[in-house]
Design a protein around this ligand. Structure first.
Ligand SMILES: [Zn+2]
Length: 123
């Protein structure tokens, strides 16, 4: 028997990614309705309510944007399964540590590349 079977090892993560994709799609389908629901409040003559309605709507839109971003990450990870590159860093090609993948199956970068990307984003 092989000492390690990488494909097998990732099966569980692939399932988790598929579940996550489904969950995010469902949430995204609900999110615009959430934003829509509060639009009516903006027509209120009460200014505090008006402001709140806008705030809620913006939150709804921000949530949708976030969901779209997450969904893209999950789909990218699933595509990597298709290409047989799942578990490797998109940037340097090194193996992404398994505990990192277990914590975040859609992780596409190793810790070193992730850290340098975050530094780049901040500056
Ligand atoms: Zn890397």
């Amino acid at each position: 028997m092989a000492r390690k079977a990488p494909a097998r090892r990732y099966d569980k993560l692939r399932k988790r990614l598929r579940d996550e994709e489904e969950r995010l799609e469902r949430l995204r389908a609900e999110a615009p309705a959430l934003a829509e629901e509060h639009k009516g409040v903006a027509f209120s003559t009460h200014s505090a309510e008006e402001a709140w309605g806008t705030y809620e709507r913006e939150q709804g839109l921000a949530l949708t944007e976030r969901l779209v971003g997450l969904l893209a990450e999950v789909r990218q990870a699933l595509e990597k399964f298709g290409r047989g590159t799942y578990g490797t860093c998109d940037s340097c090609g090194n193996e992404v540590p398994f505990p990192r993948l277990e914590a975040r199956p859609q992780a596409s970068l190793c810790l070193v590349c992730q850290a340098s990307k975050e530094r780049a984003n901040r500056s």
